[in-house]
Design a protein. Structure first.
Length: 185
């Protein structure tokens, strides 16, 4: 997060987001993470390390609620054991989770979990190239129908903010391309 916040961060705060524990004027966003490998574990660490900076810049506290992994009994560096669970569907369904970050990869169960999150009205962030390449139109349609964001720029450009720039610059053009949802990560 160098220099600012993603434009849709404030849109991820649901009316039911608990505000207790967050600094005054700071909304709390519960983050459910699907995948606790290298990237998922690093994300938990970064959210903890940069909590105050994110709150100051964006006015939100991104709070990890749960991390779904295959083997919850195995310790993950930087991830508190009480966040680990083997039940990814429960993470998606958890009412304390406001946004779902999918880092498990592959087609399934990633696709089903993303569809469930979108159907529940939860914005999704994914770095899963395979699920976006194969099921991007279906996921975009589900996000549109639910009125939430499907953020996938990390899957196609990493730190290069190309998808948002293309989407916004082509907004007035007629097109049959499926990516019409937000893609800032």
């Amino acid at each position: 997060m160098s220099g600012g916040c993603a434009g849709s961060v404030s849109g991820m705060v649901s009316p039911s987001s608990p505000a207790s524990g967050a600094a005054p004027g700071v909304a709390r966003i519960g983050v459910g993470i699907l995948g606790g490998g290298t990237v998922g574990s690093a994300l938990v660490g970064l959210l903890a390390e940069r909590r105050a900076d994110i709150a100051a810049r964006c006015g939100v506290e991104l709070r990890p609620v749960a991390v779904a992994v295959r083997s919850p009994e195995r310790a993950r560096p930087g991830v508190p054991a009480d966040l680990l669970t083997g039940d990814a569907a429960a993470v998606v369904a958890d009412p304390d989770v406001d946004v779902v970050v999918e880092l498990i990869g592959g087609h399934e169960p990633a696709r089903q979990l993303l569809l469930a999150a979108l159907a529940a009205g939860k914005p999704v962030v994914t770095a899963n190239k395979e699920v976006i390449a194969t099921h991007g139109a279906e996921l975009s349609a589900a996000a549109r129908a639910a009125g939430v964001d499907l953020l996938f720029e990390a899957a196609v450009g990493g730190a290069i903010p190309i998808v948002r720039a293309l989407r916004e610059s082509l907004a007035g053009e007629s097109s049959t391309a499926p990516p019409t949802t937000s893609s800032a990560a």
